[in-house]
Design a binder for this molecule. Structure first.
Ligand code: PMP
Length: 398
């Protein structure tokens, strides 16, 4: 890899402006989290359209709307969320309560509480399962508290439900492998949480408006504004929505109003762009981000075409109601499988100074590893360069 070109990258400084540093072929590439910085160029292009002015006297109360189940949800954000789902067509919002969280991470925990703290508690903690490979934070979030209400019970495919209540988490398209998922533990006293973090047009075809009882969404993976920490749940059952709200009230007395106002603005600008409202040219975020994802996936597949080291999962093409075209799934992560002779994919990547996340964290074999596709452009290009070099090295017998 000696002699590979140096790339310029910019890092946020303490005051939020950017300082330029150099990303060299020697730098460690931290691609182990799904930090969605690849979307920054779109929002830079939007200039001051998303600016919000918040005065010293604004947004001081804990409350937003005392008549709403989720009393800390700013009505303008509730309206923006409904508009967004209407524009994209990925979820039904009618007859649903919107519960807001500090990211959907917060809402997942609120749901665990809401679904397992009935009037008469179960004699044993309720099992929570998800089909492997599952999002690595599910077991972490569940196990951290050693709760008496719920426990992590691993892969949904091998779960013996035994007639007892359980919760299944369905993540579709799935982190880490991008597959489309349905619940696999059928019948009985199960409740299903649908985590739709990636059910947005830049990652997958929108095949229908999801219409489940409990659905989670996050701004982080929709617009890329992970730092605002805004997630929402669409919940049919009022009791569950109330219990979730109680959990959020007890754990943080609501969700930052400043973040809510910014999220409402960003979502509004995104929807205007998709609908071409009052704009000179198309400023469709999903078109922009989908094109960028498609280019990245093309580069990755090209780089791994002749690879002696890795294989990639093949994803189907489906008709997307949002774009009106047949589109490929373009997952937020590369789910790499090592070929014979390499037992630990993550260790192999480490040798290339690429930090991914190994298969074990997702409940599967270490021959798999996950690498984020959502990094800044220069980091992504470095990732590809290193894969190409590794592939050539192996085929030359090094
Ligand atoms: N669900 C899945 C499947 C995710 O990948 C993530 C983020 N990595 C989340 C939920 C949580 O997102 P956030 O807390 O940023 O809203």
């Amino acid at each position: 890899m000696v002699g590979a070109p140096l790339n310029k990258t910019s890092l946020p400084s303490a005051n939020g402006t950017r300082t330029t540093t150099t990303l060299s072929s020697d730098s460690v590439l931290a691609l182990n989290t799904g930090d969605p910085t690849m979307f920054e160029p779109f929002w830079q292009k939007m200039g001051d359209k998303c600016d919000v002015l918040i005065r010293g006297s604004d947004l001081m109360s804990y409350y937003s709307d005392k008549n709403n189940v989720c009393w800390f949800l700013e009505p303008e954000l509730g309206d923006a969320i409904k508009r967004l789902h209407g524009v994209v067509g990925n979820a039904v919002t009618d007859d649903r309560h919107i519960v807001l969280g500090t990211g959907s991470t917060h809402l997942f925990q609120a749901l665990l509480y809401a679904l397992t703290a009935p009037a008469a508690p179960e004699p044993e903690p309720v099992s929570v399962v998800s089909s492997a490979p599952y999002y690595s934070l599910y077991p972490e979030m569940i196990e951290i508290l050693h709760s008496g209400l719920y426990k992590w019970a691993g892969d949904a495919y091998t779960f013996n439900k035994d007639g007892r209540p359980y919760i299944e988490v369905v993540n579709s398209p799935n982190n880490p492998d991008g597959t489309h998922r349905e619940a696999v533990v059928n019948g009985g006293k199960g409740k299903v949480i649908y985590d739709f973090a990636y059910y947005w047009p830049q990652y997958t075809a929108i095949t229908s408006a999801a219409d489940h009882d409990i659905m989670l969404f996050t701004l982080s993976k929709c617009t890329g504004h992970a730092g605002s920490r805004i997630g929402w749940a669409l919940v049919k059952d009022k009791d569950i929505a109330e219990k979730m709200t109680d959990y959020i009230a007890i754990s943080s007395i609501g969700v930052s109003k400043e973040s809510q106002v910014r999220a409402a603005k960003v979502i509004g600008v995104l929807c205007d762009g998709c609908e071409n409202v009052g704009l000179a040219e198309s400023e469709n975020f999903f078109e922009f981000s989908r094109n960028l994802m498609a280019k990245r996936w093309q580069k990755l597949r090209e780089a791994l075409k002749q690879s002696e080291c890795f294989t990639l999962f093949k994803h189907p093409r489906e008709h997307c109601l949002f774009t009106g075209e047949f589109t490929k799934t373009l997952p937020a992560y590369a789910w790499l499988k090592c070929k014979e002779g390499i037992e630990d994919c993550n260790e192999f990547l480490r040798g290339l100074k690429i930090v991914g996340r190994g298969g074990k964290a997702f409940g599967v074999d270490p021959i798999f590893a996950r690498v984020s596709m959502l990094s800044r452009e220069d980091e992504f290009n470095q990732f590809i360069e290193r894969l190409v070099v590794a592939t050539k090295g192996i085929s030359n017998g090094h």
